[in-house]
Design a protein around this ligand. Structure first.
Ligand code: C5P
Length: 315
């Protein structure tokens, strides 16, 4: 049987607004999600036993079912028991490039790649929206990771509307290697501090979620106005993460001082990104920030916005 290698891109949030609480304990969100070129590679090899095994070159990536990629494989086995009985288990090799617990959807994109890859391995012929529905059972960002590109995401983050692609913008990412932020902690803390201002009525939530479709950042994306895109970045979770982690705020301020198009924390952080007009500007910025923060724990990447989700690299 064939093996597959898949490319699983990270995402950044160009916009993240927390509208209110949901009955399922999650939050109603209005976001703009954006894929970037920084990606993991996921290799799937059929194995003769009826198990799912994980190999990974990163010491902090779990090998058991706390890894979302394993849960994705188990979900496929539960949904398609005949195919699982016919084709058997899979060895999942994760070549980790995306930093973990970073606000870049690294775990979610690996899980999305496993869904797409097992669909191919087991010749299921699922549609993109069927894969996204399965993804929503695993995590709020997984449906976006399947399709990628640029999209408005509402509800739990799993209701998607595609936007025009924006490949011509370069990105510098900065993250302290040993600093991890739990997404659940960030949302919980936000709820404790700002839950009083949540929209509580259903109609109010619908109209706020709708408003993002005609809001300034979406208008800027539709017009491909990169200056406006940079100026309209927003992330409500900065209100809890930046005061707790001043070193993240310092990185953001350093990006700001260097005249970038815009800078913001991604998702629940702690990764900070800056948007740049050219590769040369992004490289210069990376060098400047490296020199300003001579800390061996600080990682920086130059990458670019991308218009793709999970891609098959080879088979
Ligand atoms: O969906 P996912 O497992 O990625 O979410 C991680 C955590 O982030 C959840 O456990 C929840 O605490 C928080 N979250 C939320 N509302 C969302 C998405 C995530 O409160 N819409």
């Amino acid at each position: 049987m064939r093996s597959y290698s898949l490319i699983a891109p990270a995402k950044i949030n160009l916009y993240l607004e927390i509208l209110g609480a949901r009955p399922d304990g999650y939050h109603e969100l209005a976001m703009v999600l954006q894929s970037i070129d920084l990606a993991d590679q996921i290799d799937l090899h059929p194995i003769s036993t009826d198990t799912f095994r994980v190999r990974c070159d990163h010491p902090q990536v779990p090998r058991d079912k706390s890894n979302l990629a394993v849960r994705a494989a188990q979900l496929m086995a539960a949904q398609f028991p005949k195919a699982f009985a016919q084709y058997g288990g899979v060895e999942i090799t994760i070549h980790k490039r995306i930093p973990i617990a970073a606000g870049l959807a690294g775990g979610s994109t690996d899980a999305a790649a496993v869904l797409v890859g097992i669909d191919l391995l087991w010749k299921l012929g699922l549609t993109q929206s069927e894969l996204q529905e399965l993804g929503a059972q695993l995590g709020s960002d997984v449906p976006f990771c399947v399709v990628g590109g640029t999209a408005i995401a509402t509800a739990r983050g799993d209701q998607l509307s595609p936007l025009p692609s924006l490949e011509q913008i370069y990105v510098v990412l900065a993250k302290y290697r040993s600093l991890h932020v739990s997404t659940a902690w960030a949302y919980q803390t936000y709820r404790q501090q700002f839950g009083g201002s949540y929209v509580n009525d259903k109609q109010g939530l619908i109209s706020r979620a709708h408003a993002v479709h005609s809001g300034p950042i979406v208008r800027a994306i539709n017009n491909k106005d990169i200056v406006q895109i940079g100026q309209r970045l927003h992330n409500d979770l900065e209100r809890v993460v930046l005061p707790t982690y001043p070193q993240v705020l310092q990185l953001r301020e350093a990006f700001q001082r260097n005249g970038v198009l815009g800078t913001m924390m991604s998702g629940s952080g702690p990764t900070v990104f800056a948007l740049c007009e050219s590769y040369a500007q992004a490289q210069q910025l990376q060098e400047k920030v490296k020199a300003a923060f001579p800390d061996s724990d600080l990682d920086l990447w130059v990458t670019r916005l991308s218009n793709t989700g999970i891609q098959v690299a080879s088979r």
